[in-house]
Design a protein around this ligand. Structure first.
Ligand code: PHB
Length: 350
């Protein structure tokens, strides 16, 4: 196989150079302890995968009301920061780079996780269906945040970014994708606001841009990545033809900042979206964003190589194959057989 650029070094910016162009995608593992603290198993899990060009951690919540699933870690208590510090040390000891994906799920949760309170959202648009991995819980009503609460959320993202730096991470990825809080602001279906945070592309993009600015000013834009799903496909966000204009505007604004990258949040990057001029999410991002682009969504090595050669993206994020094969990079480099991912592999944090 022609390996193309896959195993070449890639300088994201003046601070961060990846040893190859394969990123470990963020993946929920539900293995934190009862105080939402990563464990010793978490250290070994990520350290085993340190040959990736960059590891992006599982979604890590910025504060308690950002919690959507059981045993997801946080990065807001002293204990969480200290234990994440052990994870980053273990990865760095093996020569890896690791970003913390910081996350608030917005409406994609349940009062069960919030001491009985309603989930926070841009607008009170109810969700239906069962909470993932807690099938006895049904999604439902949420509550529209006030402008004052929006300022508080931005502050919480900033604090989480600072906490991540204290824990020794090389940077953070803002989870702005897949129907969670930031993404809820970015789509018309979930944002019916009539104040400065809704109603026009500029207003729908405002929350995302304010979070990016708060984190970028706090830890340096070069250490901030952003994951986006311009197409609606997960967590009951319904596509609206106006969404493309929001993302077009957002990506144009982001192009003026020295962000580490923009990363597609997606399970199938062959799918095209009418609201994105019938393009895939990654092609749409590439068309409107000037910086580094990480593609994601069902890529194998051959598709990744071809996409890089065609200059459709710079890096690829690989998810499930990294769970099935901790030594994915070595196997890929030497074209050795790999294990196929199976759901049962989620039962342990190997
Ligand atoms: C999940 O836990 O299933 C999950 C979390 C974050 C995502 C997508 C899926 O972005």
């Amino acid at each position: 196989m022609n390996k193309g650029y896959l195993f070449e070094r890639y300088a994201l910016n003046r601070f961060l150079t990846l040893k190859n162009r394969i990123v470990m995608a963020p993946m929920t593992r539900n293995m934190a302890d009862d105080e939402w603290v990563p464990t010793e198993a978490t250290q070994h899990y990520y350290a085993r995968r340190a040959e990736a060009g960059l590891i992006i951690t599982e979604g890590t919540i910025i504060r308690p009301d950002g919690q959507g699933y059981t045993h997801v870690p946080g990065i807001y208590t002293k204990k969480q920061i200290a234990e994440w510090g052990r994870v980053t040390s273990a990865v760095h000891a093996k020569g890896g780079l690791i970003f913390s994906q910081i996350w608030h799920v917005g409406r994609v949760t349940h009062p069960h996780f919030l001491n009985g309170a309603l989930p926070l959202a841009p607008s009170a648009i109810p969700m239906t269906g069962a909470v993932k991995r807690s099938a006895h819980l049904q999604h439902g009503q949420s509550r529209a945040v006030t402008v004052e609460e929006i300022k508080g959320l931005i502050e919480s993202f900033k604090m989480a970014a600072e906490n991540a730096m204290e824990a020794g991470f090389d940077g953070i990825e803002l989870h702005g994708a897949n129907g969670y809080l930031i993404d809820q602001f970015l789509h018309y279906h979930t944002n019916h606001r009539t104040d400065a945070y809704g109603g026009s592309p500029e207003n729908l993009a405002r929350f995302a841009l304010e979070v990016v600015a708060a984190c970028g000013e706090a830890i340096g834009y070069e250490r901030v990545g952003l994951r986006l799903s311009p197409g609606a496909y997960l967590n009951e966000i319904v596509g609206d033809k106006r969404d493309g204009k929001v993302f077009h505007y957002l990506l144009k604004q982001l192009s003026t900042l020295a962000l580490a990258y923009v990363h597609t949040g997606n399970f199938d990057d062959t799918r095209t979206f009418p609201e994105l001029d019938d393009q895939t999410m990654t092609d749409f991002i590439r068309a409107h964003y000037q910086g580094n682009v990480i593609a994601n969504g069902g890529y194998d090595l051959e598709k990744a190589r071809l996409g890089m050669e065609a200059n459709r993206f710079d890096l690829v994020a690989i998810g499930r194959p990294f769970i099935a094969n901790p030594n994915f990079i070595e196997l890929a480099k030497h074209q050795l057989p790999m294990h196929t991912y199976e759901v049962s592999m989620l039962d342990t944090l190997y």
